[in-house]
Design a protein around this ligand. Structure first.
Ligand code: F6P
Length: 328
């Protein structure tokens, strides 16, 4: 029989993503709905180690459903990777009477949660928050949809100037290890080629595609490149390489960078955050622990944290084919 839960802590960890605030709001209000206390933990695991806690009630999360970033702040804590750091964090939670933890973050944050659970038998529940959408056990992570809309919006603007000047633009998007943003936003924005970490399409294919596009009468083009793509050249080296092969091309590079992580969350991300927050708290109250709450076939579903960490969120290869057909 699990211990009665009276107080739940919530934190955001790792790279922030739009929708994290909506998830915090959902966790806090679901706790209030079930008459249990909620504590916000600042700066992720680092705040847990330093005891940076604040009691939160339903009114402390007013007007944040629409805000990007995270009001609890985020951090990647090196100290939490040490046993001493985790011991301190555990003592602080026990002293504050916090019985369970909701961790909103990516796989690094979940790894921390799982280790913490294994060491202290402490109840943890994960909510996937990262723009990269690279977590197994959920079709969408918080912030992915918003980031896609941001990227598409930016590329639409780039297209205006690209076509005015008959230029080729190389647009680098986020995704150190995952091509979900590049692939989906690339199709949405009508990119000529999309380079992703999961697939090394090779330089020759890229040149061939540009050759074809020129021959078919296209005067400007957009190539979308995930920052972690495996073609072996960064976006600026790639520009030089294409210029060497096609001196007639007027090429510009645009690195979208951290703007992709900011901004007001889309409606999809707000609804998702609200659903996942409710399920996370209610699962803890049912005595469950060590799971991630995700969305599969539009139904909220639990996946063991271990699987969420070890499993791989595959890209949809059909999207590569669709992209190819769209560039005909
Ligand atoms: O949140 C994930 C991510 O956006 C990656 O796509 C990107 O490589 C990384 O974060 C950047 O992290 P940082 O903000 O620490 O530079």
């Amino acid at each position: 029989m699990s211990k009665t839960i009276k107080k739940i802590g919530v934190l955001t960890s790792g790279g922030d993503s739009p929708g994290m605030n909506a998830a915090i709001r959902s966790v806090v209000r679901t706790c209030a709905y079930h008459n249990i206390e909620c504590v916000g933990i600042y700066r992720g695991y680092q705040g847990m180690i330093e005891g940076d806690f604040k009691e939160m009630g339903p009114r402390s999360v007013n007007n944040i459903v629409n805000k990007g970033g995270t009001i609890l702040k985020s951090a990647r804590s090196k100290e939490f990777m040490t046993v001493e750091g985790r011991k301190k964090a555990h003592e602080n939670l026990v002293d504050a009477g916090i019985d369970a933890l909701v961790v909103i973050g990516g796989d690094g944050s979940f790894t921390g949660a799982e280790v913490f659970n294994n060491e202290f038998g402490y109840p943890v529940m994960g909510i996937p928050g990262t723009i990269d959408n690279d977590i197994f056990g959920t079709s969408h992570t918080l912030g992915f949809d918003t980031a896609l809309n941001t990227v598409v919006d930016c590329i639409d603007k780039i297209r205006d100037t690209a076509s005015s000047h008959n230029r080729l633009f190389l647009v680098e998007v986020m995704g150190r290890d995952a091509g979900h943003i590049a692939l989906n936003a690339g199709i949405g924005a009508g990119a000529e080629e999309i380079l992703i970490p999961e697939e090394d399409l090779g330089l020759e294919r890229l040149l061939e595609s540009l050759r074809r596009s020129k021959a078919s009468g296209k005067s400007s083009s957009i190539v979308v490149i995930a920052e972690g793509d495996k073609i072996g050249k960064n976006v600026f080296e790639l520009k030089d390489y294409i210029e060497e092969n096609f001196p007639e091309y007027d090429i510009r590079v645009s690195v979208l960078g951290h703007m992709q992580r900011g901004g007001s969350p889309s409606c999809y991300d707000r609804v998702l955050a609200s659903r996942l927050g409710v399920k996370a708290v209610e699962s803890i109250l049912e005595g469950k622990s060590n799971f991630m709450v995700g969305i599969i076939n539009d139904k909220v579903a639990l996946t063991p944290l271990e699987q969420a960490i070890k499993g791989h969120s595959e890209i949809d290869r059909e999207l590569l084919r669709v992209s190819d057909i769209m560039t005909t």
